[in-house]
Design a protein around this ligand. Structure first.
Ligand SMILES: C[S@@+](CC[C@H](N)C(=O)[O-])C[C@H]1O[C@@H](n2cnc3c(N)ncnc32)[C@H](O)[C@@H]1O
Length: 375
C-alpha cells in the first residue's frame, strides 16, 4: 500500500533517516516521502515519528481534464465511486473531504475548496449504495478525512491517517509570536550532543523541550494521545493494532533556558511542566527537575553549556534589521563546543561566523531559512 508522509520542505532527508530507523525505506520528493508498507504499519509511523507531519494512504491516482469545472468534477466523482475502500469506514462516524490544488498559478477552473463537492457527493453515494446508510459530514471535527490533491492534471485521492499534523505536539499551552516548528526544532537537536544544552533565546522553549523528548525517547504518540486523541481509532482495522511504547528512559540532561523577556521565560516554564505531565516523566527526570530558567539579555551575560541550539531573532518583520546584529556577534564569541542555529540572515553569518560543518535549507512556513551546524 502506498503511503505519503509529509514534513517541512527541507526535512525529507531527516524523515527518510528516521523512517529507516523504524524499519522502512522511503522515496523522497518535495516536502514528502513515499513509502510502500502494509496497512498495519501506519499506526507505528504516526506514533513514533518526530519529523513527520501527516501520513496519508494513497487510494488512487488519475488524470482529469482541466478545461471546465463540470468535466473535471465528473471524472473525479466517477473515479471516487470506483474506490473499494468503504469497509474501513464506520458509516455512523462523520467524514470530511478536503482539497488542495497546485501549483497556485495553474489555471484550474475550480478552487481548492470546490474539490469538496465532487469528493463529498461520491463518498456519500458510495456508502449509501454499499451500506444503505448516509454517512454524516462534519467539516470541523471529522472522524475520517479524505484528501484530494490536484497537481496540474493529476489527482491523488488519499485518506489522512493522522488527523491534526504531528508537529502539533499538544505541550505548547503558552505560545510565542515567532515560535519554531517542533519538527524543525527536533531536526536541529539531532545534530549535536545534547547532554548539556542551552538555548539563550528560548522563547516558549520549543528547542529544549524537543531536546528533552529526544533524550528521553518519548514517542510523540504518547503525548498527543492526551490532547488530540488518535485518528487511528476510527479507521477500523487500526483499532486492533497494538504498539509497544518503551516507556521513559531515565536519562540525565542539563537544560538551560534563557530569554530576555520574563513573559517568554514564564511560557517556557509552563510548557515544560505540561510536557513532562503529558510524557508521564518520572520524578527527577521531568524537564523542570533538570532545567535552569534565566531571564537574561544574552549580549550582556553568558549562559555556559557544551552545546547551544537556538533560533535567534531575525529582525525582518519588526524593527530594524541591524538591531539583532549584537546577538549574532555574541553567538560566535561565547565558549561552547557545538552550536546549531536557524536563521535567514546569511549577511550576519558571513560577517561573524567561521566555516560551518554543515548547512541545511528548510522552509519555516513560507520563509526559506538555513540551519547552520558549527563545531
Ligand atoms: C525567534 S524567537 C525564539 C522562539 C522560540 N524558538 C520558540 O519556539 O518559541 C527569539 C527570542 O529571542 C529573544 N531575544 C531577542 N534578543 C535577545 C537577547 N539579546 N537576549 C536574550 N533573548 C533575546 C526574544 O525575546 C525571543 O523570545
Amino acid at each position: 500500500m502506498m503511503i505519503l508522509i509529509t514534513t517541512a520542505p527541507g526535512l525529507e532527508g531527516a524523515l527518510i533517516e528516521e523512517l529507516e530507523s523504524l524499519g522502512y525505506e522511503g522515496e523522497p520528493s518535495i516536502g514528502r516521502v513515499l513509502l510502500n508498507v502494509g496497512y498495519e504499519e501506519i499506526p507505528k509511523i504516526n506514533y513514533f515519528s518526530a519529523i513527520a507531519h501527516r501520513a496519508f494512504i494513497v487510494l488512487k491516482e488519475f488524470e482529469i481534464p482541466t478545461d471546465t469545472k463540470e468535466r473535471a468534477f465528473e471524472i473525479i466523482k466517477k473515479e471516487l465511486l470506483e474506490i473499494p475502500r468503504e469497509e474501513r469506514f464506520d458509516p455512523s462516524l462523520p467524514f470530511a473531504v478536503r482539497g488542495e490544488r497546485y501549483p497556485k498559478e495553474y489555471p484550474h477552473p475550480f478552487t481548492s475548496v470546490d474539490l469538496g463537492i465532487p469528493g463529498g457527493s461520491a463518498i456519500i453515494e458510495r456508502i449509501m449504495r454499499k451500506k444503505g446508510k448516509r454517512i454524516p459530514v462534519n467539516l470541523k471535527k471529522p472522524a475520517y478525512e479524505v484528501y484530494l490533491e490536484v497537481i496540474k492534471e493529476r489527482v491523488r485521492v488519499m485518506i489522512n491517517t493522522t488527523g491534526e499534523s504531528l508537529h502539533k505536539r499538544g505541550y505548547r499551552i503558552r505560545g510565542h509570536p515567532a515560535s519554531l516548528s517542533t519538527t524543525i526544532a527536533r531536526f536541529m537537536v539531532r545534530l549535536p550532543n545534547i547532554d548539556d544544552v542551552c538555548d539563550p533565546m528560548c522563547g516558549s522553549g520549543t528547542i529544549l523541550l524537543e531536546a528533552r523528548l529526544e533524550k528521553q525517547g518519548v514517542p510523540i504518540g504518547r503525548i498527543r494521545s492526551k490532547t488530540y486523541g488518535r485518528l487511528r481509532r476510527n479507521l477500523l482495522p487500526f483499532r486492533d493494532v497494538r504498539l509497544e511504547d518503551p516507556g521513559n528512559e531515565r536519562k540525565d540532561q542539563r537544560l538551560t533556558f534563557g530569554d530576555r523577556s520574563s513573559k517568554h521565560i514564564d511560557s517556557a516554564i509552563a510548557n515544560s511542566i505540561n510536557l513532562s505531565r503529558l510524557a508521564e516523566a518520572p520524578k527527577g527526570y521531568r524537564v523542570y527537575d533538570l532545567a535552569k530558567y534565566r531571564m537574561r539579555d544574552f549580549t550582556q551575560v553568558d549562559l555556559s553549556c557544551d552545546t547551544i541550539v537556538t533560533n535567534p531573532p531575525y529582525g525582518l518583520r519588526l524593527g530594524d534589521p541591524k538591531s539583532v546584529e549584537p546577538v549574532y556577534k555574541k553567538l560566535f564569541e561565547v565558549d561552547r563546543n557545538e552550536l546549531v542555529l536557524i536563521t535567514p540572515r546569511d549577511d550576519l553569518i558571513s560577517k561573524y561566523a567561521p566555516e560551518p560543518r554543515a548547512v541545511y535549507k528548510v522552509m519555516h512556513g513560507d520563509l526559506p531559512v538555513k540551519i547552520y551546524y558549527f563545531k
